[in-house]
Design a binder for this molecule. Structure first.
Ligand SMILES: Cc1cc2nc3c(=O)[nH]c(=O)nc-3n(C[C@H](O)[C@H](O)[C@H](O)COP(=O)(O)OP(=O)(O)OC[C@H]3O[C@@H](n4cnc5c(N)ncnc54)[C@H](O)[C@@H]3O)c2cc1C
Length: 364
């Protein structure tokens, strides 16, 4: 294995969106049930990504098929030799729990990425609001770390909500950055107490009056929001009601897709037409397999039925892990932000949310 730790950047090649090996170099406890895993490249590469982007990890859980889980790179690309994910093990967790129990320094896992467009790059603004709840803080941390390294004068209102003071992830680093970044305004909001700790900060649930009190000029800020769906829906609702221009609102979903498509989530049809009622052949060129896609089936479902393994994590068009290029044929694709318009123009589709309109040939 190549040791990137002692190599000059000029000797390494940039990361791209292919499969890579990541070697664990550190595991740190951040908060109850929250750990940060830091990785260096197992190959000859440095990490090229945008602050706020994510990767999908292939977790060899048990003896069967691996699990795929998507995590934001909480690290900053301004430090390109390593990447870090900060993960919370929810109750009943399988994938994240496996990481907690098994992933140790020296071990290597496989990763797909980087992916995603929840980033301030391309949305340059005079003032930002980074609003998060729980593990939704990770993309905000990546963007803030980037700004701290490259533009520490940036005006950022950073508001993060947690169950209790001890559940605030990155609290000490944030307090340090607050002293280093003159225009950073840092606010924590908690619901409950932590045993043995007095709390003099904000308390309760986020609301428009509360947020306006903390960030009086919030209507003039570029807003980035990430947290549970209920949290983001609440924020969107009160911003809309207050007349906020939603073109300046961006959010990242970690889980289920809400009924209302939020900002940056669009349905795309690669070509006009209806999904037919007959089964159609789908060629997976790299595998040398021709599968049959039954009416209503997605390309991913057809692949699995034929024994073709396409890595997929969220399976709802968010994470982009199952992206593959179309060689021939058309599909109806209804995604939730996991693919860019330019990628669609180049012929890429997401297998999890694409249904063939007729015979199809794919690179996968
Ligand atoms: C773009 C993107 C970025 C993400 N970034 C991060 C990150 O930085 N840190 C992080 O911790 N997670 C992140 N996630 C969520 C992560 O991918 C997993 O969905 C989550 O960690 C649950 O996986 P698991 O293996 O722990 O639990 P699973 O074994 O998948 O599920 C166990 C239980 O948890 C519930 N569950 C599943 N997903 C969630 C969720 N998101 N929130 C609450 N309960 C859930 C399930 O309903 C089930 O009851 C991200 C997801 C996406 C799509």
């Amino acid at each position: 294995m190549t040791d990137t730790a002692n190599r000059h950047l000029d000797d390494l090649t940039p990361w791209n969106d292919r499969l890579h090996g990541l070697e664990v170099v550190g595991v740190v406890d951040e908060a109850p049930q929250v750990k940060t895993f830091t990785f260096r490249a197992a190959g000859d590469c440095w990490f090229r990504y945008k602050p706020g982007q994510f990767v999908t990890l292939e977790l060899p859980v048990g003896d069967g098929e691996p699990l795929f889980r998507t995590y934001t790179l909480a690290s900053s690309p301004s430090r390109p030799y390593s990447v870090a994910v900060t993960v919370k093990a929810q109750e009943g967790s399988i994938g994240t729990r496996w990481m907690f129990d098994h992933l140790r320094p020296g071990m290597t896992i496989r990763a797909y990425g980087p992916n995603g467009h929840f980033t301030h790059i391309g949305h340059e603004a005079g003032r930002y609001l980074f609003l998060s709840a729980g593990s939704g803080i990770t993309p905000m941390m990546s963007m803030l770390r980037w700004m701290a390294d490259l533009a520490p004068q940036t005006d950022v209102a950073f508001v993060t909500c947690a169950r209790s003071p001890r559940d605030i992830v990155f609290r000490h680093e944030l307090e340090l950055l607050d002293r280093q970044m003159p225009n950073l305004s840092l606010s924590f909001m908690v619901k409950g107490n932590s045993l043995g700790e007095s709390w003099f900060g904000h308390r309760g649930q986020i609301s428009h009056p509360m947020l306006t009190m903390i960030v009086p000029d919030l209507m003039e800020r570029e807003i980035f929001c990430c947290g549970p769906e209920s949290f983001m829906t609440l924020v969107q609702d009160f911003l809309r009601a207050a007349g906020f221009d939603m073109a300046h609102y961006h959010q990242e979903s970690f889980g289920e897709v809400p009924g209302d498509a939020p900002a940056e989530q669009v349905a795309v049809v690669t070509d006009a037409g209806e999904v037919g009622g007959a089964s159609v052949p789908v060629v997976f060129a790299n595998w040398g397999v021709t599968a049959t896609c039954q009416p209503g089936q997605t390309v991913l479902e057809a692949a699995r039925a034929a024994g073709v393994r396409i890595p997929a994590a969220c399976e709802s068009g968010i994470c982009g892990t199952c992206k593959t290029r179309k060689i021939a044929g058309e599909v109806v694709m209804s995604h939730n932000g996991g693919i860019l318009d330019e990628e669609v123009d180049e012929g890429y589709i997401l297998a999890c949310c694409s249904r063939p309109l007729g015979p199809l040939e794919l690179e996968a």
